[in-house]
Design a protein around this ligand. Structure first.
Ligand SMILES: NC(=O)c1ccc[n+]([C@@H]2O[C@H](COP(=O)([O-])OP(=O)(O)OC[C@H]3O[C@@H](n4cnc5c(N)ncnc54)[C@H](O)[C@@H]3O)[C@@H](O)[C@H]2O)c1
Length: 352
């Protein structure tokens, strides 16, 4: 029997790491061999709970071990540095979103992935949700014609995550707080670029800091995007939405022949022109495809993403979100952060 692909997890004691670990453990081709976390005691506990043989006390030690591939689940601002170290050590990489927090860093990752020829998958777990996937496929099949408007939200209530005693204190740590446009807006941005197969030319964004006092930076962003192909985009990302019902990453696309909105396909009634009729309901159509791993703190399509990463390593698939795709996502969102800061439109450099 061919030996299994050995996985190492950076930030292995965290919430996202739990999902990835369980996801890889659900695939017989993989073995989660080792983890590293700056919180060593928590890593020891995670390893015991998840039956992981090796706990490393430094990143260097994990990268010097027999792992073939790593999953980067450390805080956002460390991703580029940790991916770089892993690629330089010859490991394939699945990196949690966002791949980097600025354009220069993501450009460095594009160069390094090309130089090393290693597999790099940018973690965009919303791409593995069957309903979102079906919606994107419907657009790419031409079901609503050509999009002229694309909208997407990541409007959330991260109160439980924030503060020194929160579930993920790094997000509100004043040294490197998570920027919600980059860290949350990445979900609709990734779906939008994937659906449209287009790129942003310029963005204009506004932000404020009125809803989440524990976060030391702006907690709400609205970004307008001018796409090369002519469509206009709008992404809203917010962290302090009280009374909030979690939704996350739905995107809405308005096209020349119909609309994809609220997870449904609408077209004009053939005979009356109006009102519109629902032709497809993607959530209902995919209700029989729940995530394979569900007993984790955060439930996402972790196993499906792990399976895709293993397929990519084995040469059976191309990364659904390649390093160049991650480059376009980060470049656009980072331009939005810059625009909100300066009050001016910012051109997006997609030349990777
Ligand atoms: N795709 C998704 O839906 C999704 C969901 C949750 C988190 N995430 C991403 O996963 C990553 C981790 O987030 P999380 O929610 O699991 O947070 P978490 O706090 O649960 O996990 C982060 C881990 O990193 C460790 N860590 C903190 N500082 C570190 C440092 N300097 N060096 C090394 N390790 C350090 C922490 O001890 C912790 O165990 C983030 O990038 C986040 O954006 C993605």
């Amino acid at each position: 029997m061919q030996s299994r692909i050995r996985i190492g997890v950076l930030g292995g004691a965290g919430e996202a790491a739990e999902g990835h670990i369980r996801g890889f453990q659900a695939d017989p081709r993989a073995e989660v061999l080792g983890i590293w976390d700056v919180n060593h005691d928590a890593a020891v506990k995670r390893a015991a709970d998840a039956r992981i043989p090796e706990v490393h006390d430094t990143l260097e030690s994990l990268l010097a071990s027999d792992v073939d591939a790593v999953v980067v689940c450390t805080p956002d601002h460390l991703h580029a540095e940790h991916v770089t170290q892993a690629l330089q050590a010859g490991k394939h990489v699945l990196c949690e979103k966002p791949a980097a927090t600025n354009r220069d860093d993501v450009a460095g990752l594009v160069r390094l992935v090309r130089e090393t020829g290693l597999t790099f998958l940018a973690g965009n777990n919303y791409h593995f949700r069957p309903d979102y996937r079906a919606l994107v496929e419907a657009y790419r099949n031409g079901d609503i014609g050509k999009a002229w408007l694309a909208e997407g939200d990541y409007v959330s209530n991260l109160q439980a995550m924030y503060g020194a005693s929160g579930r993920t204190p790094w997000r509100s740590d004043s040294r490197n707080p998570q920027n919600i446009l980059l860290g949350g807006g990445v979900h609709p941005m990734g779906l939008m670029l994937w659906a449209l197969q287009d790129e942003a030319v310029e963005v204009m964004a506004y932000s404020n800091h009125l809803s989440e006092p524990v976060l030391p930076i702006d907690d709400c962003y609205v970004m307008i995007i001018k796409f090369k192909g002519g469509a206009i985009g709008r992404i809203t990302a917010a962290a302090g939405s009280r009374g909030h019902v979690p939704d996350g990453g739905h995107i809405a696309l308005r096209g020349t022949a119909g609309s994809l909105w609220g997870g449904k396909l609408y077209r004009d009634d053939e005979h009356r022109g109006h009102p519109a009729v629902v032709e497809r309901d993607f959530e209902a159509e995919t209700a029989d495809q729940p995530p394979r791993v569900t007993d984790t703190i955060q439930v996402h399509y972790w196993a499906e993403q792990a399976e895709h990463f293993l397929d990519c390593i084995e040469g059976k698939a191309k990364p659904l979100t390649s390093v160049e795709d991650a480059g376009r996502i980060v470049a656009t969102l980072a331009a939005g952060v810059e625009s909100a800061r300066t009050g001016k439109p910012v051109a997006v450099d997609n030349n990777f």
